[in-house]
Structures are given as C-alpha cells and as structure tokens.
Design a protein around this ligand. Structure first.
Ligand SMILES: NC(=O)c1ccc[n+]([C@@H]2O[C@H](COP(=O)([O-])OP(=O)(O)OC[C@H]3O[C@@H](n4cnc5c(N)ncnc54)[C@H](OP(=O)(O)O)[C@@H]3O)[C@@H](O)[C@H]2O)c1
Length: 248
C-alpha cells in the first residue's frame, strides 16, 4: 500500500455526500486536501471531521466546475498552497432526472456543464501537475454510466461521456505513470436526488432510495482510498460499487 502522507489532493464536489467523505478520508490518511465546491459554508464544516492527530488537513476552495476559469483558479490555489498535486477526485455532479418528453432543457444544460464539461475542465487543468507527480485522477461516474434507463437519458448521457473521456485519457497518459480511475457508485445516501426538479421523478427517486439499504458516502470513500493507495505499478481503472440490495 502506498502512503498518502505528504501527498496533495484536490476533491471537487466536496461540500456534501461522496466528495465530503472522500476529502475527510484522504485527510485522515495523511493527505493535504483542497476541498472544492460552491457552498463554502459547507466546506468549512469538513476540517472538524478530520481525526485529531491525523497528518492530513483540509483547505476549503471555492469552485464552480462549470466555469473553466474557476477550475483553473482552484487547481492553481491548490498547487500554490501545497506545492504539488498528486490525487484529483473529480466528483462534482448533479442528477436532474426526468423523461425526455416535456423535460426542462435547462436541467440538461446544467448536467452537461457540471458532470461532463466540468470534469473535462478539471482533468485538463490538473493534468500537467499529475504528469509531474505521476499522480492519479479519480473520476466519479455512476451505474448510469454503464446502462441507461427510462427517465435517466440526459444524466446517463453525461456519465457515459465521462466514462468515454476517462478511457481515452487513460490510454493517453498511463505509460507516463498517471493512473485514471473510474468509480461507479450505485445508490448512495446523499443530497443528490433531492435536487430533482420533476415532482414525479423526485417522488420516484425518493421511493427507490428508501427501498434499499443504500451505500453510505464513506463506502465510496473506502473505494477511492483503495484505488489511490495501490503501489505505482497497479492501476485500478474501474470500480463498480452497488448496494447489495440494488438489482439494476
Ligand atoms: N448518490 C448517488 O446515489 C450517486 C450514485 C452514482 C453516482 N453519483 C455521483 O457522485 C457524485 C457526488 O454526488 P453525491 O451523491 O455526493 O451528491 P451531493 O451530496 O448532491 O453532492 C454533489 C456535490 O457536487 C457539487 N457540485 C454540484 N455542482 C457543482 C458545480 N457547478 N461546481 C462545483 N461543485 C458542484 C456540490 O457542491 P455545491 O452545490 O456546494 O457546489 C456537492 O458538493 C456526483 O457526480 C454523482 O453523479 C452519486
């Protein structure tokens, strides 16, 4: 296992759910973590969650992944503050599911700009530093990046896009020592479904999440930790983690 002590990480979408758990887990494992999101008040709640005596720390960084300049600034702030960049967890995302017919296309724009373009901006801005450190890019995708279903068309399209981009990038950089890791969670108990704007889909999503023993954000943080602490010659490229009760 590779130690994270002295390593520097940037986590996007760190103000709640999976990203918050990942930021805390990385800091507990000794990493210096820049935690990025738009809600800085929520980012300020992360540092007290890091175990007393842990070697790592958390630096809140205001970040809107849909704004390329904001992404560049967050990467620059991370490197200026901590001196390097070893691990990027590109995790920010929104899930505004609903059927194609009658959809509010503003939801589609927001998902493409955040989930797909946002993660591409993050990879692009961080890559020079990851090449220098022979670091690791972890990309949060979804089971929806593997199979689409009625009502999830636009969300699944962004996650299929994320998977395609990650695989292409992996082929470009793996022989230069940069590892690209896709994490594909099933249902995780977070705020994600609460942002659904279609009332019928919101009720369906709430019912679906209530029908299984969902994963906790810490379960996904454990998967991220597993991937980023492998020895340098081991690339865990894809991790699909579902709740045991989740069928599709
Ligand atoms: N929960 C699940 O069941 C599940 C399953 C599969 C995949 N995922 C994926 O896991 C990732 C994290 O989601 P979650 O479940 O942890 O949901 P969450 O609790 O709603 O967290 C989403 C995070 O993304 C951030 N975010 C959204 N738009 C952003 C933007 N424009 N710029 C920067 N940050 C932004 C939010 O921060 P701010 O609002 O403060 O900016 C928040 O920190 C997403 O990519 C999601 O698609 C989740």
């Amino acid at each position: 296992m590779q130690s994270l002590e002295g390593k520097v990480a940037l986590v996007t979408g760190a103000s709640s759910g999976i990203g918050a758990a990942v930021a805390v887990a990385l800091a507990n494992a000794g990493a210096h973590v820049a935690a990025g999101a738009r809600r800085t008040d929520r980012l300020a709640e992360l540092a007290p969650r890091v175990a007393a005596g842990a070697a790592g720390e958390i630096l809140p960084v205001k970040l809107d992944v849909a704004d390329e300049q904001s992404v560049r600034d967050a990467v620059a702030t991370t490197v200026e503050h901590f001196g390097r960049l070893d691990v990027v967890v590109s995790n920010a995302g929104v899930m505004l599911v609903g059927p194609v017919q009658g959809a509010d296309t503003a939801d589609w724009t927001r998902m493409v700009n955040t989930n797909l373009l946002g993660s591409m901006y993050v990879a692009h801005a961080a890559l020079p530093y990851l090449l220098e450190s022979k670091g690791t890019l972890v990309q949060t995708s979804s089971t929806a990046g593997r199979s689409a279903s009625a009502g999830s068309g636009a969300y699944a399209a962004t996650k299929f896009g994320v998977n395609a981009f990650a695989e292409a990038l992996r082929q470009e950089v793996t022989t230069q020592g940069v590892r690209v890791v896709l994490i594909e969670p099933g249902m995780v108990d977070t705020e994600l479904a609460s942002h659904v704007t279609d009332p019928t889909m919101l009720a369906m999503a709430e019912q679906l999440y209530a029908s299984v023993r969902t994963l906790r954000p810490e379960d996904i943080a454990n998967a991220v930790l597993y991937a980023v602490t492998q020895p340098g010659h081991v690339a865990v490229n894809e991790l699909l983690v579902r709740p045991t009760d989740q069928v599709a």
